[in-house]
Structures are given as C-alpha cells and as structure tokens.
Design a protein. Structure first.
Length: 299
C-alpha cells in the first residue's frame, strides 16, 4: 500500500511540472554531445562562456565516473540578456545560464537540463519578458540540435529551505569605485581556491554592453566546487543546470554601492529535488563557504 501511494503521489507531482526542462534523445552511438549543442547555440544567438568536460576531473579526484558524458555548458543570449540586465541588473545571475549535459554509463540516451523561465523569475525575484524569450530560443535550439528529442518537465519542486538569491551590498562611490572594484574582486578571487572553489569562466559583461552601458562595471564569475557536482550528480544529475554557479558583481553608474549575488544551493535542493543526505551536506557547506568569501569583502 505504501509503495502504491508513493507511486500515485509521484505521478500527481509530474502532472504539475517543476523548474527544469529535461531533454532526452536516443544516443547509443554517441552521435550527440556537448560540442553539437555548443555549435547550435552559437548559431542561434547565444554566446558560449564555457563548455567544461567533467569526466576527466572526476576520474582524477575521485578515481571514477558514473557517466559516459558529463559537461557543464554555460551561455547567454546576446540580445535578450542585454535588455534583461539593463532593465533588471540582478538578472546577471543568469549571464551565463547553465546547460547540464550528461549520459550515464549504460544509458542509451543523452540528457540536457535547463531552467524554465518561471524558475529564473522565481530565483531572481521578479518577472521579465526576456526570461520567456531566452527559454524559447534555448528550447528551439536544443530541438534543432537534437532531432527526435523528448522534452518533459521535472517534478514539482520541493519546498525551499533557504534564500534563493544570496545578495550582498558594499558601499562605494563615484570617486572610489575603481579601487573598490579592484579590492572586492581580489578578495573574492583570493578566497575561492582555499575554500575549494574553481573559477571556470570570467565574463566582463560591461564590455559586451558597450559604451551605452548603465554600469561602471559588470562582471560575472562561473564558479563550481567539484565535490559538489560529483556528489549531487550521483542521484540528481539534472541539477547540473545550476552548475557552475554564476556570481554577479556590478555597480550602476547612478548608485553608491557594489552588488554581489549568486543563486543559492537551496535552488539545487528544491528545483532538482536533492534529498540525498550526503549531497545536501556538501551543498550546504558550499553555501556556507561561498557566503563567507563574500562577507569578507564587506569587512
């Protein structure tokens, strides 16, 4: 009876849909991979920030991997990201956004996971038309790159256990922002490695915005912790849509503050339904370590 009730509940949850688009395509011959998806995204208005192959570091650090393929691809839409960030600066947590690409050993299907527009709005704390436009372009690109792919929604997300957007503000000024920027980012970069974080990519997004940018600077860091990705992927590989985490650091020209922020690990636990005790433990430790690095910049 208990098993029957659990099955019925799981079925009901799947009807409502969750925070992730889950794409699956037959791939027994290995025809499809992250490179195919990368090229398709580039051809459809996206700028690739990084395409990190994870199996090699998994094998080096942990001695094995459960996957035939596992890539963390990050990208942003050139046009829609620009209008989005100009209107809503905190949306930089999705510049770039994540594409989790994975295929387990013995699995004949390749899988891709990305956030829904509704999930991005929930995490950022506001609604914007660009979220839906970016989602539409990403889905269209994946359909084109992976013919015959099946697209489903993840199960309804679990209740959140913490703040979805971790945000910190540091005082700055028109006169001191350059030195404040240098000091802030130096502290962040110096604090990442000792805490076990790796920076897979850095984006000077202000350069992409050009001369009419409303920011004195706008930088994003793609940051990951290998142990987190490896541990979570054992039970919930679709959480790769959140990895690496994008840290935004920016200052608007008309503001007297530097803003820092990143999507908290509570998104992984809620949206990807991470319940495994070991996986939750490494996620919560990563949240604690990341927050500690950012808090140091405020001292």
């Amino acid at each position: 009876m208990k098993i029957l009730l659990m099955s019925i509940l799981a079925g009901l949850l799947s009807l409502f849909g969750g925070d992730l688009h889950l794409i699956s395509v037959p791939n027994a011959d290995g025809k499809y991979n992250a490179s195919v998806i990368e090229k398709a995204l580039e051809a459809n208005g996206f700028v690739i920030s990084a395409n990190s192959e994870m199996n090699r570091p998994f094998k080096i650090q942990f001695g094995q991997t459960d996957f035939a393929q596992f890539n963390l691809l990050t990208a942003y839409h050139k046009d829609y990201a620009e209008s989005l960030v100009k209107a809503h600066p905190d949306s930089g947590i999705f510049v770039p956004m994540g594409f989790g690409i994975y295929q387990r050993n013995g699995d004949k299907n390749l899988h891709v996971s990305i956030l829904t527009a509704e999930a991005m709005a929930k995490i950022a704390g506001f609604k914007a038309a660009e979220f839906a436009l970016i989602e539409k372009e990403a889905i269209a690109t994946l359909k084109k790159a992976l013919p015959n792919a099946k697209i489903t929604m993840s199960e309804t997300s679990l209740p959140t256990e913490g703040v979805l957007l971790s945000r910190y503000v540091k005082e700055s000024s028109k006169e001191s922002w350059k030195s404040d920027k240098e000091e802030t980012e130096m502290i962040i970069e110096d604090g990442l490695k000792p805490a076990g974080f790796v920076m897979s990519n850095f984006t000077d997004y202000n350069f992409a915005l050009g001369e009419k940018t409303p920011f004195d600077f706008y930088d994003t860091y793609s940051i990951c912790k290998l142990k987190v990705i490896y541990t979570v992927a054992k039970t919930r590989p679709e959480a790769a849509a959140f990895a690496p985490c994008t840290l935004m650091v920016y200052k608007k020209k008309d503001a007297d503050e530097i803003v820092m922020g990143f999507p908290g690990v509570y998104n992984w636990m809620s949206s990807a339904r991470v319940t495994d005790p070991e996986a939750k433990s490494v996620l919560l430790q990563a949240q604690k370590d990341f927050e500690a690095v950012l808090k140091t910049t405020l001292e």
